[in-house]
Design a protein around this ligand. Structure first.
Ligand SMILES: C[S@@+](CC[C@H](N)C(=O)[O-])C[C@H]1O[C@@H](n2cnc3c(N)ncnc32)[C@H](O)[C@@H]1O
Length: 390
């Protein structure tokens, strides 16, 4: 993760613009005085820089929640702030020349809004969930140039590694997304996907709610798959296999195939490791046999006037509020020069979203982006809207 260690933080005036980077406002964490967020815009990316005082020095890096797809824009924001505020930089891992030719050239990495706005439908689509080193994804894309592959991963170093390969191999048929695949599924139109690969998902034996395979995931997979389309799970975990089998078999109008130690065209790093250890490898392939209704999600993320006083909003800090269909947890609170900001986790328990909401007087809005338009987020928004409206 790119960062600077600085001797001392200095505030510039907000808002201000320097070398094409806008610094919009600053937010002070109310409960942890050592932490601040700086709202920053570089080109089309809007995100927070995070400042944290630690052991006699200050760390300046990008906020994880709002981190943009372009690491290049993060580098630019960090260096520009340091220059504008004349910070004394003690150490840094940010490249000064800002030129990572691979990352700059590549347009394969997309934001979630790209898919939410106008989902690509002009080609056959296959999705790989948690592509890791990308061996399987790259192999498939090279061998099927007419098909569009969408790779979803939450591990940034893996994404960057695969982006490099896409640039080096000049592949035109892969899009990557840094997002929780379980949430992504909810915005894919119905009946358009040919294959979904889930290869060696983390088994999460102790935290099963974090598993990729679940009843909701299979429901969404069935909805987005064409008739005859497949969801292909491959795992070395006997426990995960047994759990998945139980979950899959509950579905009607699907066909299941089970294979043990089947060879496939390309093995991943994980698979090589398990094979060396002579572990069994299980495949569960679900074929969708039914057409699904079109995706229709009604509602928006507008707020009514806020009547709850800011001091009362801040009192909700750390409180978890449950409602039918999900929960809302006010994780952090911030003071702005002209209002407040809160960081929330909300939505369904197994796949919550983390978001910021800015409140200035009677006006509230999500910042810097709206939540993903999913059923569970819309229900959570209605709840939050009621709480703030009073
Ligand atoms: C054990 S690795 C397997 C990687 C690759 N499929 C392989 O076979 O080598 C699991 C990968 O899934 C990713 N992952 C876990 N949960 C995810 C989620 N909810 N959405 C997207 N990716 C996820 C992890 O970051 C990790 O890279």
């Amino acid at each position: 993760m790119p960062h600077l260690h600085i001797e001392e933080f200095r505030e510039i005036g907000f808002p201000s613009n320097s070398d094409g980077v806008s610094f919009n406002f600053i937010a002070d964490n109310i409960n942890h005085k050592e932490e601040k967020l700086i709202s920053t815009t570089v080109e089309d990316d809007e995100f927070f820089l995070l400042l944290k005082e630690e052991e006699g020095r200050v760390l300046l890096k990008v906020d994880k929640l709002t981190k943009p797809a372009s690491i290049y824009n993060v580098h630019k924001a960090l260096l520009t702030y340091a220059k504008a505020a004349e910070l004394n930089v003690l150490s840094s891992n940010v490249p000064q020349n800002q030129k990572n030719i691979h990352l700059q050239e590549v347009t394969a990495l997309k934001e979630i809004s790209y898919f939410a706005g106008n989902f690509p439908k002009d080609r056959e689509i296959r999705i790989e969930v948690g592509f890791g080193s990308g061996r399987h994804l790259l192999h498939q894309a090279i061998n099927n140039p007419e098909i569009l592959f969408i790779g979803i991963e939450i591990h940034h170093p893996s994404i960057e590694q695969v982006l490099k390969q896409i640039a080096i191999k000049k592949l035109q048929n892969i899009l990557l997304l840094s997002y929780d695949a379980r949430l992504f599924m909810e915005l894919v139109p119905s009946n358009i996907v040919e294959k979904i690969y889930v290869h060696f998902p983390v088994p999460w034996d102790k935290k099963p709610h974090r598993r990729v395979i679940s009843t909701t995931f299979i429901e969404e997979a069935r909805r987005i798959l064409k008739i005859g389309g497949t969801l292909e799970l491959r795992t070395d975990s006997e426990n995960y296999y047994a759990y998945s089998y139980e979950t899959f078999i509950a579905f009607n109008k699907t066909t299941l195939h089970i294979n043990k130690n089947r060879d496939i065209a390309i093995t991943s790093k994980y698979e090589d490791r398990w094979r060396k250890m002579e572990k069994n490898i299980y495949d569960v392939t679900m074929i969708n046999d039914e057409e699904s209704p079109e995706l229709e999600i009604e509602g928006d993320f507008e707020f009514l006037d806020v009547h709850l006083l800011s001091e009362d909003i801040l009192k909700l800090h750390k409180k978890v509020q449950k409602f039918d269909g999900g929960f809302m947890h006010l994780e952090r609170t911030y003071g702005l020069r002209d209002g407040i900001m809160v960081r929330l986790s909300m939505g369904s328990f197994d796949k919550p979203e983390h978001l910021y909401v800015v409140v200035r007087g009677k006006e509230a809005h999500y910042y810097p982006a709206l939540p993903l338009k999913s059923k569970s987020n819309l229900i959570a928004h209605q709840f939050l809207n009621k709480v703030l409206h009073g």
